[in-house]
Design a protein around this ligand. Structure first.
Ligand SMILES: C[S@@+](CC[C@H](N)C(=O)[O-])C[C@H]1O[C@@H](n2cnc3c(N)ncnc32)[C@H](O)[C@@H]1O
Length: 400
């Protein structure tokens, strides 16, 4: 196994997942072999970018992280940082004649070769060939990792196979928000900012008229946005009374939100009824509400308003989900970012509950992307219920 320096060992403390640690160790070992003093040198007439160079970069990275107030990186982030440091220059050791598929892939990624390669052996590249490899080494690095990961071939093969498939998926492309829309990009349109609550505005918009819908709605986390935006609201001359009205008009997400009595007047009868049914039929949600009600009756909730908040949060968002299904064209994506939450020890899987309701509303649940590190726990809750991370997600649904 590769021997890590003291500084690497220190950084490795952030990596709690054994698979990631092992993967880094084998990647480092492979990189050592690639740059071994006995290994052929592709680039002979320029600075060596081998293991010592990587160790220097690790030292710099450690110093930069210290300057970042000592804030820790997550396991994944640290893995990517170190793997990136070890691997970023291997393209300079790429034998493009022996591995034409790597050369080709690098070209597809953007490499431009201004010579015909004719080296007979790895140590026999001419000065111009070396220059071209050096100039394109970033593409060759990426292409080599890709090739090794797919085939298990070359000195990097075994190590590249240990790269976790979630990471490969994340980096592969075809997996970003921008790939969701089938329409060609680059068209500009008019921007129309609609002022008011989504609860009253969305029902006024035409059916099947939208190609894409993306939202970061309030999370069920007790944030009072009238407080968050107090300064902006003050600058806009919103006085106290208006702030109170605004708070009540907003989607329920704080204990201060009262019941919205008149929601049926905004929505069509059909949408209102279907959303109500979906909300009532969501068994996990109803079980959570019942549990929180019991806790409230036993005076075990630190704020009794939490039950009303959770209930109305899901109720109102269910109405919005049904309304959005009506607005979207068939095949159009709906993207939502949201966090799961926990009250009185009950983890509320907001992602799964909303995705279930979305299916009732006429969406196909295509993906639920989960952030590698979820949110922690308040210290008080941690004492009572142990530390368990709450998922932070991006949901991708598509209108059927
Ligand atoms: C999680 S934040 C998203 C913030 C936004 N992504 C941004 O970067 O400014 C939720 C937002 O929903 C807004 N909001 C709450 N109730 C609303 C309603 N009924 N209609 C429209 N927006 C609402 C809040 O004011 C807040 O800005």
């Amino acid at each position: 196994m590769a021997k890590f320096t003291k500084i690497e060992e220190k950084l490795l403390k952030s990596i709690t997942d054994d698979r990631l640690r092992t993967s880094l160790a084998v990647i480092r070992e492979a990189v050592e072999k690639i740059w071994n003093v006995d290994a052929p040198r592709i680039i002979q007439d320029f600075t060596d970018h081998g293991t010592k160079h990587c160790e220097r970069l690790v030292d710099f990275a450690a110093k930069l992280l210290e300057a970042n107030d000592g804030r820790l990186l997550s396991s994944y982030e640290m893995y990517l940082l170190l793997a990136g440091i070890y691997l970023h220059d291997i393209g300079m050791q790429c034998d493009v004649v022996k591995f034409p598929r790597i050369k080709q892939k690098a070209e597809a990624l953007g490499a431009q070769y201004d010579v015909e390669f004719s080296a007979q052996r790895a140590s026999g590249y001419s000065i111009n060939e070396q220059k071209t490899i050096r100039k394109n080494h970033q593409y060759l690095t990426a292409a080599w990792i890709d090739y090794a990961n797919r085939t298990g071939d070359t000195l990097l093969g075994m190590a590249a196979k240990t790269i976790h498939e979630d990471i490969v998926d994340d980096l592969k492309g075809g997996n970003t928000l921008f790939d969701l829309v089938k329409e060609p990009r680059g068209k500009t349109g008019n921007i129309d900012v609609l002022k008011g609550s989504c609860l009253s505005i969305l029902p006024e918009l035409e059916s099947n008229g939208f190609d894409f819908l993306m939202t970061s709605p309030p999370y069920c986390n007790r944030y009072d946005y009238t407080r968050t935006y107090a300064l902006e609201l003050a600058l806009l001359d919103v006085d106290e009374e208006k702030i109170r009205d605004l708070r009540q008009a907003m989607m329920t997400c704080t204990v201060e939100n009262r019941e919205k009595e008149d929601l049926d007047r905004f929505f069509s009868k059909e949408i209102f009824q279907k959303a109500n049914e979906s909300f009532e039929d969501q068994q996990e949600l109803q079980a959570i509400i019942k549990y929180l009600e019991e806790k409230k009756n036993n005076k075990e909730l630190n704020n009794p308003g939490i039950v009303r908040m959770v209930k109305n949060y899901f109720y109102e968002t269910a109405l919005i989900i049904f309304e959005c299904a009506r607005l979207l064209k068939s095949g159009a994506p709906f993207v939502m970012v949201n966090d799961n939450v926990r009250y009185a020890g009950a983890n509320i899987p907001v992602d799964l509950i909303f995705s279930d309701i979305a299916q009732d509303a006429g969406f196909n649940v295509e993906k639920i992307w989960v952030l590698p590190t979820g949110k922690g726990n308040s210290s008080q809750q941690m004492e009572e219920h142990g530390r368990e991370e709450l998922r932070k997600c991006v949901y991708v649904w598509r209108k059927l």
